[in-house]
Ligand binder design. Structure first.
Ligand code: ADP
Ligand code: MG
Length: 446
């Protein structure tokens, strides 16, 4: 809404041309769609020229013309079809093609003859028409999930031996309680998170995600209900607050705004220094955390302000990691980063989870990223828990998700389109799975 108000303010001046610098970086899928539709309408109906700067290739696809910049120079220029068919060249500039173009590119590499200018999943499904497999072949994987059968979290995770690391019990939170501005941000939330899990947390803008995670380390106090960390109420004992905030590390949105020290190493040492550790231990932790996020030693003594956006953010994440949290919570860690910066951060987060054995909670507006990384997804809608389950369980509710301002990953829409063309395929949620399934269907002997 704020973004659209800002656009309205510009429009009031009746410009002949508007320039939008990443207007959708922080928005949920339907917020992004609304802004882009608004901009397209202004262009079409009012004849206003639009220059849109974006990290979302799916948005660039809607333009008449795309200009790719690199190192202060124009690297590529042309129609979306011309630009996005050059997947490898785009990658060399740290960019991406839209998922449909990338998937088409992967399939072409395996010898499947698809047009070179596919931009959308719809076009890809049309391009695949001639390859429709016969009746006998179909991709067999897990049976599709029945709609009614989405188990609540407690059941979904039944059979785990460990006890939960984090749990909320009837958690509610009201901002400005008692005033005319009172606003219920969380309404009776019950969730359970187990040690070592990678949990994706999704929900429309304003659904309550950031409010929820600030309860996990007692930054915000529940209005009613409880948050339990290893079975203990996080606000039972004030003297334990410091240790709780160390055990549950929270990386806020745009964490690089909080970098302030002269050198990268000093900045990352700040957290462990506050923990009364020996100076050797502080240094060791800071160095380890920096290496874990992929910052090389030769950068340690540089100023954090000399780094790229993605590097700064990784340094900020290292600052939290250096406290050795048991649970690492990241609030939209890839917002505003280019595709390369985004992939580097996500790759690092995944490696951290696998090697440091920590529990990770990732808030993201990218359904594709969540589908790729999370073991389990929690969906918040208007302050309430909507769904919790595996990516397959959650993304089988495409229509409900869309009505909440969310979406399914793009590959899901491809599979739906193929199904409606009579293909016998299951839903998939990641690019890699879509490629594997399609290749196994298309390359298997008929
Ligand atoms: P999300 O992170 O999912 O976008 P938030 O947790 O930030 O959502 O916000 C949930 C709701 O609480 C929204 O309606 C928002 O307007 C409201 N809210 C958030 N922060 C405050 C605040 N400091 N004071 C009052 N209301 C707030
Ligand atoms: Mg938020």
């Amino acid at each position: 809404q704020k973004q659209r108000i800002a656009i309205a303010g510009i429009l009031a001046m009746k410009p002949g041309c508007i320039v939008l610098d990443e207007p959708t970086a922080m928005l949920d899928p339907s917020g992004r769609r609304e802004v882009i539709e608004t901009v397209l309408r202004l262009n079409r109906d009012e004849g206003i020229s639009v220059i849109l700067i974006t990290h979302y290739m799916e948005e660039a696809v809607r333009a008449d013309r795309v200009i790719v910049m690199d190192n202060g120079m124009i690297a590529m220029e042309g129609s979306p079809k011309q630009i996005f068919s050059k997947v490898e060249e785009l990658k060399s500039y740290g960019l991406d093609a839209p998922q449909a173009a990338e998937l088409a590119f992967m399939l072409r590499k395996e010898g499947i003859e698809l047009p070179s200018d596919i931009l959308t999943m719809f076009e890809l499904a049309a391009g695949l028409r001639p390859f429709k497999p016969g009746e006998s072949s179909s991709w067999q994987s897990v049976p599709p999930i029945q709609k009614e059968e989405i188990p609540p979290l407690a059941e979904a995770t039944a059979g785990r031996s460990a006890s939960p690391i984090l749990e909320t019990k009837d958690l509610s939170f009201i901002y400005n309680v008692g005033s005319t501005f009172a606003q219920t941000a969380l309404d009776n939330i019950n969730i359970t998170i187990y040690p070592g899990e990678f949990v994706g947390l999704i929900g429309h803008t304003g659904s309550g995600k950031s409010t929820l995670i600030q309860h996990f380390n007692a930054i915000l106090p529940a209005s009613s209900g409880q948050v339990l960390l290893n079975g203990e109420d996080v606000k039972a004992d004030k003297s334990k607050l410091r240790s709780i905030r160390q055990r549950v590390g929270l990386v806020f949105q745009y964490p690089e705004h909080q970098l302030f020290e002269m050198t990268i190493l000093k900045d990352v040492s700040f957290g462990p220094e506050s923990m009364k550790l020996s100076s050797e231990e502080v240094k060791e932790r800071a160095e380890q955390a920096l290496l874990a996020v992929g910052i090389d030693r030769e950068l340690f003594d540089k100023s954090p302000f000399d780094l790229s956006g993605g590097q700064k953010r990784r340094v900020a994440i290292a600052g939290v990691l250096a406290m050795r949290p048991e649970v690492l919570i990241l609030d939209e860690p890839t917002a505003g980063l280019d595709p390369r910066g985004r992939d580097e951060i996500l790759e690092r987060i995944k490696t951290m989870r696998d090697t440091l054995n920590i529990t990770v909670i990732l808030i993201s507006h990218s359904m594709e990223d969540v589908a790729k990384l999370a073991d389990r997804i929690i969906v918040i809608n208007k302050g309430r828990l909507s769904f919790a389950g595996t990516p397959g369980e959650v993304f089988s509710h495409v229509d409900e998700l869309e009505s909440m301002g969310l979406a399914a990953p793009q590959t899901t829409y491809l599979m739906r389109e193929l199904k409606s063309n009579g293909w016998r395929v299951d839903d998939v949620y990641t690019l890699a799975d879509a490629r594997d399934i399609l290749l196994s269907l298309l390359l298997s002997p008929r």
